[in-house]
Design a protein around this ligand. Structure first.
Ligand code: ZN
Length: 379
């Protein structure tokens, strides 16, 4: 692997903004040096005037034009899909499975573990984005808030159901914790190292608080598939917004949430306690209803900036550092720091389009025409 130096960029780590060069060796960031210091052994990549951020991390990705994870994807579709994601700036994501028959879910979990998912964050052969784990969005969801999840496959939130589903590779699970009033199923999840996120839930304020007191620290697509915020009944959304221990995931596409609602969440949660996700799916918002979204995570970043809901630095943080921390991936991704994977995105500073992406210090090339088209439209 060649030694590479990213020269002249504005580096958004994203905890700070620096004018510095990044040295890459063996796929890792090995130093961040002043722009005037010379390093003759390195090949230069000129990123003058460009913004350099960590690769983006999407914790809720159901699919896109190339596939739906809940279907029966092929290896070729997976390759194409991860390439589309990476070229668009998402270098790490959790493939997300929605509610289905338990046997089908188990089959898909096994397939993902075999072909893609690697808890060590290593890139699977032929793929362009890391998949450190699987997000199970269901089936232990409230029958009162199923969204588009098939109601016939919803399951109780019980240890019996979890024993069939929780396998190596499953790292995040969206659950309606009110279905488990004694907290045993939640405890089982936590004992197995799975991060629980409250979502597709009909929990009221007290039930949500109880979940947070029991260690739940995330909310799945805040405001979607849960009770709205009522002035006399703030519900689970109100509980999450007011609890500083809880990080709120949100879909900033302008359809799942109005721009003003995105701003409201970010004002209450601040830059540390919000995560941008896409919930993207093949059908997305084109099918008439809200069957997941049709955006890429870079669109969510741009939307937050355009709507003046967040600065670019904060928007990037919500799509890289914060999700990495929430899933304990921050040892290796989500931050520009010595020792981290050289997964980097180079942005145009004017229109915030993604110009170049590096994964493992390798520059991704746009040799596949369909990928190029996807990257350009950002859809
Ligand atoms: Zn959902």
């Amino acid at each position: 692997m060649k030694k590479l130096r990213l020269v002249g960029g504005q580096v958004i780590t994203p905890l700070e903004v620096r004018f510095a060069d990044i040295l890459i060796e063996g796929g890792l960031i090995t130093a961040i040096v002043p722009q005037e210091q010379s390093t003759p052994a390195f090949e230069n990549l000129d990123v003058s005037g460009r913004l350099v951020t960590p690769g983006l991390i999407d914790l809720q990705l159901n699919g896109g034009p190339a596939l739906d994870f809940w279907g029966k994807p092929t290896e070729q579709e997976l390759e194409k899909f991860t390439r589309e994601q990476a070229v668009g700036g998402v270098t790490t994501f959790l493939p997300t499975l929605i509610t289905a028959a338990i046997d089908h879910l188990v089959e898909n979990i096994d397939w993902l573990n075999k072909h893609a998912v690697n808890g060590n964050l290593a890139l699977a052969k032929g793929l362009s984005a890391r998949m450190p784990g699987i997000h199970l969005e269901g089936p232990c969801l409230s029958p009162k808030r199923p969204g588009v999840h098939p109601p016939e496959h919803l399951q109780p939130f019980s240890i019996d159901v979890l024993k069939r589903l929780i396998k190596p590779g499953v790292s995040l699970m969206t659950v309606a914790t009110e279905l488990d009033p004694d907290g045993e199923a939640l405890q089982f999840l936590q004992n197995n190292g799975v991060v629980a996120s409250l979502g597709h839930s009909n929990a009221n304020l007290d039930e949500a608080r109880k979940a947070f007191d029991a260690g739940v620290r995330m909310m799945t697509h805040t405001f979607n598939a849960m009770a709205p915020l009522h002035h006399r009944d703030p519900g689970a959304a109100g509980a999450a917004l007011m609890d500083d221990r809880v990080t709120c995931c949100l879909i900033a596409d302008g359809l799942h949430l109005a721009p003003e609602t995105v701003s409201l969440i970010l004002r209450l949660k601040g830059p540390r306690r919000a995560i941008l996700v896409t919930d993207a799916a093949r059908i997305g918002t084109t099918g008439g209803g809200l069957v997941g979204s049709s955006i890429h995570l870079a669109d969510a970043v741009r939307n937050c900036v355009q709507w003046q809901s967040a600065s670019f630095q904060t928007a990037v943080r919500m799509a890289s550092y914060n999700p990495a921390r929430a899933l304990r991936l921050d040892e290796k991704v989500g931050h520009i720091e010595v020792g981290k994977f050289a997964d980097l995105v180079i942005w145009n500073p004017v229109n915030l389009s993604v110009e170049r992406v590096l994964v493992d210090g390798q520059i991704l090339t746009l040799d596949d025409k369909t990928v190029e088209a996807t990257a350009k439209t950002g859809k």
